[in-house]
Structures are given as structure tokens and as C-alpha cells.
Design a protein around this ligand. Structure first.
Ligand code: ASP
Length: 325
């Protein structure tokens, strides 16, 4: 039986074309992208639809929720797999949000390009072809939302963009990719032991969760501003294992008395520690003051999970357990 793959195009470098004023901007549609790889997709029935034509920094989470609803509808209508093409700047967040909104057996594969079609050696067609092959494969079924770049298959929960322009920008620093594509064949020797939890998209949208940078010698202006006008939640992108300048610890504790404050790290890989460092401003001090360790999630992904938990009415115990998991 022929596999059917539905491609949803959202914009990004993969769909960008030169502008008269200079630079590239979204301009190509889903049919253009699929047309460029048609010579290699024989045996797969590929349909394309352009949902948005945006640079990914301008995609909203509500728009990503619409993509999730369309992916679900496509799978219900018989698609064997779904591919989402978008800008690379926010794939680590949008793929993770899709993963938390979907529980499909059909593969949902997000991809894009680091080089626009008008540049030398564009990577978009190869990435799209590998994503379509992954979405059509039995090997990728039931593995959650995946990100395919550079012939590697990453899970949404671990993938990160770690370079501004190289085609090899996507990595999974904590756990590695779970598979690869070679000569058109999809290999998935590893898969997550547990599926991600699934959330319904809240009708009122997500509550505001602020991502707070935590550099050395920070005077505390932003923490004081958040105390004066607290959002629904905060994720602190702390240093190292979960550390902040000592004079900020009491202010962060005051904030954590009022709203959930999740303690993540800017290190780029590795879980927030819990019981190693005991100095003022350390992870032991901050968690005693009520901050919640982000566990294995980095700050941008922790922000999405916290927002979905708050929208779902989660209390502190459930928030702590969700990040512990
Ligand atoms: N550099 C970006 C890209 O890869 C721009 C964007 O994220 O839309 O598509």
C-alpha cells in the first residue's frame, strides 16, 4: 500500500527567497518545497499545504496548536505520517509543544533548512526528503514528535539548535539522536522509554511564563520588576548546575512564594542538580527557598511545560512531579 505523507509548510529558511531590498524572506509554498524533491519520493503519496509563511521567531504557540490540530486531522484521515517545515530558530520549542499536544502513532516530523534555496549547497531538499521518508516509515511510528536534520533523527524533547548557520546545527546534547536515514532507509534503533505527557490546548491560550536570564553580577532589576508585577510563572536560566548570585537568592525566594519559579540551567546540557552545592545562591539554597528544579529540560522547553501545566490548573506538587519525570 502506498504511504501517504501530509506536509504542512509554515515558512522559515527552507521556504525563503531573495528580496529586492536584500536578504531572504519566506516566499515559497509547500508545493514548491515538495516539487523540489519529487524525483526522489516515488512510492510515497505526498500532499502539501501552506499554513503560514513566517520566520519562525514570529510563530505563536496558538499557531503551533493549530498545526497540532491539523496533524491530528490528517492522521485521522489516513495519513501515514506528517511533516512540518518551518524556520530553525524555534524548532526546539515548536517540536516540543507539538509533542506535548499530540499522542499520535503516526510519525510527526519537523524539519527546515540552515541554507536558503538561493544559497550554495542548500540543505532544505535533503532535509525534507529525509523527513518525508521518516514520516512514511514504520520504524518511526509511536516515537513521539521527531526532528530530522542532516540525516539524523532527534526527539523533540532532547533536540537543540546549537549553531547559528551550519547545516549540522541540530544536536541532542543530553541523549543523542535516536536514529538516522541512509540511502532512503530509516533506522530508529533507540526510542524514549516513556512517552511525553499529553495536554489539551487551553481555549484561553497559554498563561504568561517569563524566561529570566541569570548572568553573573546581575543587579536584580528584572527580578524586582517580576516581584512588582508577577506573571503566571517564571523559568530562571541559571548558571551551571542551577546557581545565581547570592544576593538574588532571597528575591527569587520571595518570587517563588508567589508564583512557580522553575530552576533551569544555561549550560546547554545536563540536568539541574539538587544536592551537590550548598553555598548561598546554589541549587540547594534555591530549592529550599521554593524554586522547582527543571530536571532534564533546558529553560526554553521548561517554559512550555510550565505554561501547559499552569493552564491545566496544576498545583505545586504536580508541577514538581512533572519536572522530576
Ligand atoms: N534562520 C531561520 C531558519 O532557519 C529563520 C527562521 O527561523 O525562520 O529558518
Amino acid at each position: 500500500m502506498t504511504s501517504k505523507v501530509q506536509v504542512f509548510a509554515l515558512g522559515g529558511t527552507i521556504a525563503m527567497a531573495p528580496r529586492r531590498e536584500g536578504g531572504v524572506a519566506p516566499g515559497l509554498n509547500g508545493d514548491d518545497l515538495v516539487g523540489a524533491v519529487a524525483a526522489w519520493t516515488g512510492g510515497i503519496d505526498v500532499a502539501a499545504e501552506t499554513l503560514f509563511s513566517l520566520p519562525s521567531a514570529s510563530l505563536t504557540f496558538a499557531q503551533v496548536a493549530q498545526v497540532a490540530a491539523r496533524a491530528r486531522a490528517a492522521a485521522d484521515a489516513g495519513a501515514s505520517g506528517i511533516v512540518v517545515t518551518q524556520g530553525t530558530d524555534t524548532i526546539e520549542e515548536t517540536a516540543f509543544l507539538l509533542d506535548l499536544l499530540l499522542d499520535l502513532d503516526a510519525p510527526v516530523v519537523v524539519t527546515g533548512a540552515m541554507r536558503a534555496p538561493s544559497q550554495a549547497g542548500p540543505d532544505g531538499p535533503a532535509n525534507l526528503l529525509a523527513a518525508i521518508q521518516t514520516a512514511a516509515s514504520d520504524e518511526a511510528r509511536g516515537a513521539g514528535v521527531l526532528v530530522v536534520f542532516n540525516d539524523e533523527i532527534h526527539t523533540a524533547r532532547f533536540v537543540a539548535k546549537r549553531h547559528t548557520h551550519k547545516p549540522s546545527a541540530f544536536v541532542s546534547p543530553l541523549a543523542g539522536p535516536i536514529g538516522w536515514i541512509a540511502e532512503g532507509r530509516v533506522h530508529v534503533p533507540l526510542r524514549p522509554a516513556r512517552p511525553a505527557p499529553t495536554f489539551a490546548w487551553p481555549a484561553a491560550g497559554l498563561p504568561e511564563v517569563v524566561l529570566l536570564a541569570g548572568p553573573p553580577d546581575d543587579g536584580g532589576r528584572l527580578v524586582r520588576a517580576l516581584l512588582a508585577d508577577p506573571p503566571a510563572g517564571v523559568v530562571l536560566q541559571a548558571m551551571g548546575a542551577g546557581h545565581t548570585p547570592r544576593h538574588l537568592a532571597p528575591l527569587l525566594g520571595d518570587l517563588a512564594d508567589r508564583i512557580p519559579v522553575v530552576l533551569a540551567s544555561r549550560a546547554g546540557a545536563g540536568q539541574t542538580l539538587r544536592q551537590t552545592y550548598g553555598f548561598d545562591g546554589s541549587e540547594i539554597d534555591l530549592t529550599r527557598r521554593g524554586l522547582i528544579p527543571a530536571g532534564m529540560l533546558d529553560a526554553p522547553k521548561a517554559r512550555i511545560l510550565l505554561a501547559l501545566l499552569l493552564a491545566d490548573g496544576a498545583d505545586r506538587a504536580r508541577i514538581v512531579a512533572a519536572f522530576d519525570d
